[in-house]
Ligand binder design. Sequence first.
Ligand SMILES: *[C@@H]1O[C@H](CO)[C@@H](O)[C@H](O)[C@H]1NC(C)=O
Ligand SMILES: *[C@@H]1O[C@H](CO)[C@@H](O)[C@H](O)[C@H]1NC(C)=O
Ligand SMILES: *[C@@H]1O[C@H](CO)[C@@H](O)[C@H](O)[C@H]1NC(C)=O
Ligand SMILES: *[C@@H]1O[C@H](CO)[C@@H](O)[C@H](O)[C@H]1NC(C)=O
Ligand SMILES: *[C@@H]1O[C@H](CO)[C@@H](O)[C@H](O)[C@H]1NC(C)=O
Ligand SMILES: *[C@@H]1O[C@H](CO)[C@@H](O)[C@H](O)[C@H]1NC(C)=O
Length: 245
Amino acid sequence: METGKSFFTLSSWFVIVAFLVVGLSGETCNAKCTSSCGNIPNISYPFRLKDDPKHCGDLLFTLSCENNRILLDLSPSGKYYVQAINYNNRTIRVVDPGIQKNNCSSIPLYPLAVFSQIQNMGPNSQYYLSISSMPVTFLKCASPVNSPLYVDTAPCLNMSSSSQQKTHGYVMIGWTNASDFAIGCTVEWTTAMPYSYEHQLHNASYEYIHNSLLYGFDVRYFLDWCTSGWRVADYYCFHHTISGM
Ligand SMILES: *[C@@H]1O[C@H](CO)[C@@H](O)[C@H](O)[C@H]1NC(C)=O
Ligand SMILES: *[C@@H]1O[C@H](CO)[C@@H](O)[C@H](O)[C@H]1NC(C)=O
Ligand SMILES: *[C@@H]1O[C@H](CO)[C@@H](O)[C@H](O)[C@H]1NC(C)=O
Ligand SMILES: *[C@@H]1O[C@H](CO)[C@@H](O)[C@H](O)[C@H]1NC(C)=O
Ligand SMILES: *[C@@H]1O[C@H](CO)[C@@H](O)[C@H](O)[C@H]1NC(C)=O
Ligand SMILES: *[C@@H]1O[C@H](CO)[C@@H](O)[C@H](O)[C@H]1NC(C)=O
């Protein structure tokens, strides 16, 4: 009964494989993976952590957990700390890792890149600066500027270069255009803060603005990022905008 025995082994092996396939596909359909890292106990779809099983969340929305802090990679700007994820209005509040509490001399580590009028955070990125956030522009000026648009960073930030020439540091809040820039001023870097602070900004001190940088700013994420194109594999979108199509 040699053949019968091997047939039995083969068929039971087949049953085991079939069971595994059913089990795994069942798991794939069940996207209810919840991970936790640091201040956020429930990271769930579409987000996943780098070391989570592949079927958890969406590979496009992979976050990393380093030193018990969650990081969102907003390339090409940099990796920002995640303070909160709001699944209802699809926003993530992030803070620049360079901003330290109770130290208004601490500055953003990354210059925030915002592309085009739609405020895309990177070329072909699924993240956008939320309408609840506005830019903060750091400027270095050759002479003092007396304008309500400019907030002096003086006690906190020392914009003086190593040369003897004295320069003056300012921040400008909100969307700006070329006419807002005083002569002799250059943009040092840009970050963002919540729009809700704006109504209190008349006469705001730089310390106050620094505090709002510590709170962070909202970034929107788009799940249906590729609906205007075709999503290929996990990372690429092809858009219909190719001429002649
Ligand atoms: C995540 O956890 C926080 C705190 O435990 C809770 O307030 C929030 O409702 C949870 N969110 C989701 C989507 O489960
Ligand atoms: C999303 O919801 C959070 C929490 O309710 C809120 O703080 C944030 O301002 C909202 N963002 C937008 C863009 O509505
Ligand atoms: C405050 O931040 C500045 C700039 O990052 C740094 O040089 C300084 O050491 C910090 N001060 C304290 C007390 O941490
Ligand atoms: C600012 O820089 C100048 C010249 O480099 C230096 O003398 C001064 O102590 C600095 N002030 C602060 C607050 O760091
Ligand atoms: C630039 O902004 C000022 C107010 O900040 C506004 O009056 C002006 O119309 C704007 N100019 C352009 C070209 O958008
Ligand atoms: C700004 O501060 C000055 C002097 O402290 C004060 O006279 C003025 O009313 C303030 N303006 C606003 C809008 O708070």
